[in-house]
Design a protein around this ligand. Structure first.
Ligand code: FES
Length: 86
């Protein structure tokens, strides 16, 4: 599936860049151009990164890519338990 229409970049290409260590939309844009055009795909790219860092297919919570620079409130929320009572 094409995620970035401006640069014609697929989800597979972005997943590969995340697997290779890209941990921000800016790093993805630098690597392949996705997100560097109109910017409409940036939220989708950020979502892909967050999903991978939160335990996606090739990520784990102890991954060294989960650095302070990429910790978002979303990730912090996951670490403290989504939907836990109390
Ligand atoms: S759709 Fe990705 S920059 Fe425009």
């Amino acid at each position: 599936m094409i995620v970035c229409l401006c640069k014609v970049v697929t989800d597979r290409a972005i997943d590969q860049l995340i697997d290779d260590g890209a941990a921000s939309a800016a790093e993805i844009a630098q690597a392949c151009g996705a997100g560097a055009g109109c910017g409409a795909c940036v939220p989708a790219i950020e979502g892909m990164i967050a999903a991978m860092l939160a335990g996606g297919p090739s990520a784990c919570r102890d991954c060294p890519r989960l650095t302070a620079t990429v910790r978002s409130p979303y990730v912090a929320h996951l670490e403290h338990g989504v939907g836990e009572a109390g």
